[in-house]
Design a protein around this ligand. Structure first.
Ligand SMILES: NC(=O)c1ccc[n+]([C@@H]2O[C@H](COP(=O)([O-])OP(=O)(O)OC[C@H]3O[C@@H](n4cnc5c(N)ncnc54)[C@H](OP(=O)(O)O)[C@@H]3O)[C@@H](O)[C@H]2O)c1
Length: 256
């Protein structure tokens, strides 16, 4: 059974790999044997995180810069990774942005920013790494969606929620398109987790307490809670799973 979750020798790319969730998944992948590339815009931050992962795990983690909203830059990144590692086996899209504003106050600049990073960035990344995977007829793509892809609220989330709804449908459509090429495309849907992305909203008075009332398991999730699902979706254990959004949310979507 152990081998089903083994990532030994697999080349894994985590976009947003120095972020809260991306960093936890990156560490988990290296612990399970993957050769890891972590990529985002802030290369200094990535290098620090990659070095920490190397020290913690004794494995390999490499930092590479990319702006996931720039298709030419992503093409360059794919080329660099293939030149260095020969291929890409696993892609995780763990980049993201959020800004809250009620619909009547929402600026279209903010709308566009969120759609550029969260949905278009995910599409560009899937498209350009998917070229390698469909050609070699093997691969695992994991997108970071959110419970907000299927659960609305009145808290100024129309831009963010709509990007995550788009991520869900990108996931399902590409799963259908790439199934003949033996490429699995799935997503993880977390609920609220304390990271840089949620720093501001976690400080809102009463916010955490209110959120907890909707979580049957009675606590907030941690970035590390996402790692098991990510290893499952990256490994042979999930070979017959595609087009799914796996909610790692303490039961929130079960009762909501
Ligand atoms: N935290 C939560 O409660 C929660 C809940 C549900 C879903 N999610 C989703 O989980 C994912 C990870 O979120 P997180 O909480 O881990 O956020 P985070 O800690 O803020 O990390 C986000 C990462 O995205 C990268 N990024 C942003 N814009 C980018 C761009 N244009 N190109 C490349 N990388 C970019 C950032 O790195 P650079 O600044 O170096 O580019 C950063 O490492 C996101 O998709 C988020 O929507 C989070």
């Amino acid at each position: 059974m152990k081998k089903r979750f083994d990532l030994s020798g697999k080349v894994a790319v985590v976009i947003g790999g120095a972020g809260g969730i991306g960093g936890a998944i990156a560490t988990g992948f290296v612990e399970h044997g993957a050769r890891l590339v972590m990529a985002s815009r802030n290369i200094e931050n990535l290098k620090l995180r990659a070095a920490a992962i190397g020290r913690e795990t004794g494995g390999e983690a490499t930092a590479m810069g990319v702006d996931i909203t720039d298709e030419e830059d992503v093409i360059r990144l794919v080329g660099e990774i293939v030149a260095r590692y020969g291929t890409v086996d696993i892609l995780v899209n763990a980049h993201g942005a959020n800004k809250k504003a009620k619909g009547l106050d929402l600026s279209m600049e903010d709308w566009q920013l969120l759609h550029n990073v969260n949905s278009m960035g995910t599409m560009i990344s899937c498209k350009q790494f998917g070229r390698i995977m469909t050609k070699r007829r093997s691969g695992k793509v994991i997108n970071l969606s959110s419970v907000r892809g299927i659960r609305a609220n009145a808290g100024g989330n129309s831009a963010y929620c709509s990007t995550k709804g788009a991520v869900d449908m990108i996931t399902r459509c590409l799963a259908a398109e790439w199934a003949p090429f033996n490429v699995n495309v799935n997503a993880i849907g977390p609920a609220l987790i304390a990271t840089k992305l949620t720093e501001k909203q976690m400080k809102e008075p009463g916010r955490t307490e209110k959120y907890l009332r909707n979580i049957p398991l009675g606590r907030l999730g941690k970035a590390e809670d996402m790692v098991g699902a990510a290893i499952f979706l990256a490994s042979a254990a999930s070979d017959f799973v595609t087009g799914q959004i796996i909610y790692v949310d303490g039961g929130l979507t079960a009762i909501g």
